[in-house]
Design a protein around this ligand. Structure first.
Ligand SMILES: Nc1ncnc2c1ncn2[C@@H]1O[C@H](COP(=O)(O)OP(=O)(O)OP(=O)(O)O)[C@@H](O)[C@H]1O
Ligand SMILES: [Mg+2]
Length: 379
């Protein structure tokens, strides 16, 4: 039985500029002890989905269960199963990092000694030993983020929700967080995280739910999603920009579909990578074209997103960047509509209105559950 289940969730916000349909029939199913990534651009409904599942906001319709508990009928019991770290860190500015964590433990009746021990171990897990005794108001954004994430783990909840956990973290902290997530999952915790980073979903998640316009538009493993757009791409980078026409010719005849261009780099989808690359290289060789780089790559999740939605995510580098610039050469396709963001995000401007159903940010954590063994990941 899935540990997180959601069916037909809808949520419409009324803002000054009109109604915003944040969730439009979201279905989700997460197996215990796995990492699921909700991947979507700004305004897709990720935070709203997390808020509904963590009892912070009520949906207009639909249902959700966590570990068999009905989130809408019995929010208190649901809260005992979960930990949540919201998109914006919810920490007490005047307390030190260590005191913030100890306070959470005390609020949940851990007992002073246990709360202190837990705070100490999390401070060192999140590499905050030096800053842990300073008030949070002097913390950098990334440090706040880490303290907030540590707060979600104080009670060792069975299910953890992390809303864009690595946004604002430097690369080292991001990798450290990935390690922590992997360790938690190896111990049996279930993690649902949201991200705009395709690379992050690819790296961490057993399953990915791609959402757009408030509902899931595709789901599966990273590999399944990549397979949906099929095949490989061959990519070449020229030494000289003047050879662009020859490059487009060579790739057009070796591949299928339009050739994408980013500066001196060109790519095309192919049915069989090695033979297409050989054919393209032979054609370029005949024309005496000098290459800086050449290779085969599998489609990225960004390619998948583009295929599914007709627009890109504005996420990490990948195919997104290949399509972004210099598409002037004849025969080169430039995907229309790319603006690095989702159209819906314009609605975000006046969404400051508080949701009356919202309750406090941090809540309801239960005793550590029996941890299940390490499960082989499907990647
Ligand atoms: N309290 C609110 N009042 C009005 N509109 C809201 C509110 N919260 C969210 N929305 C709108 O609902 C839609 C979904 O927002 P949500 O925060 O769930 O997106 P998101 O996927 O988390 O985006 P981001 O990547 O920017 O965090 C957006 O169009 C947003 O403007
Ligand atoms: Mg969000």
């Amino acid at each position: 039985m899935p540990i997180i289940e959601a069916q037909g969730l809808t949520k419409t916000y009324c803002s000054r500029s009109g109604q915003v349909h944040a969730l439009t029939g979201l279905d989700l199913s997460v197996a215990q002890g796995t990492v699921t990534a909700i991947l979507g651009p700004n305004g897709a409904g990720k935070t709203t989905a997390v808020k509904v599942l963590t009892t912070l906001t009520r949906p207009d319709s639909g249902s959700a269960r966590i570990a068999g508990v009905d989130v809408l009928r019995d929010p208190h019991a649901a809260r005992r199963q979960i930990g949540v770290s919201g998109q914006y860190a919810a920490v007490d500015e005047n307390l030190t990092g260590y005191e913030n964590l100890e306070m959470i433990g005390r609020l949940y009746h851990l007992g002073r000694a246990a709360a202190r021990a837990r705070a100490r171990s999390l401070i060192s897990l999140f590499d905050l030993d030096e800053a842990g005794n300073r008030p949070v108001k002097g913390f950098s954004g990334g440090m706040r983020r880490r303290i907030d994430l540590a707060g979600a783990l104080v009670m060792q909840p069975r299910v953890i929700f992390l809303d864009e956990p690595t946004t604002g973290l430097d690369p080292r902290s991001r990798i450290a967080l990935w390690d922590i997530v992997e360790r938690l999952v190896a111990e049996g915790t279930t993690v649902l995280l949201t991200t705009q980073y395709l690379e992050e979903a690819d790296q961490l998640a057993d399953d990915i739910a791609v959402i757009d316009g408030g509902r899931v538009i595709a789901s599966g493993t990273a590999d399944t999603l990549k397979a949906q757009i099929g095949g490989h791409r061959i990519v070449i980078t020229l030494v000289a920009e003047e050879d662009a026409d020859a490059a487009v010719r060579a790739l057009s005849s070796a591949g299928r579909g339009a050739v994408d261009r980013d500066g001196r780099t060109f790519s095309v989808a192919v049915d069989h990578g090695p033979s297409a690359l050989q054919a393209a290289l032979a054609a370029l060789e005949r024309d005496g074209i000098e290459l800086h780089d050449a290779g085969i790559r599998r489609p990225t999740l960004d390619d998948v997103f583009l295929r599914l939605t007709g627009h890109q995510t504005g996420g990490v580098a990948g195919a997104a960047d290949i399509n972004r610039t210099n598409a002037a050469t004849a025969g080169v396709e430039r995907h229309s509509g790319f603006a690095g963001q989702h159209g819906d995000s314009a609605a975000s401007a006046d969404e400051t209105k508080d949701d009356p159903n919202e309750v406090s940010q941090r809540h309801g954590l239960g005793p550590a559950q029996a941890r299940r063994g390490n499960e082989e990941k499907v990647r």
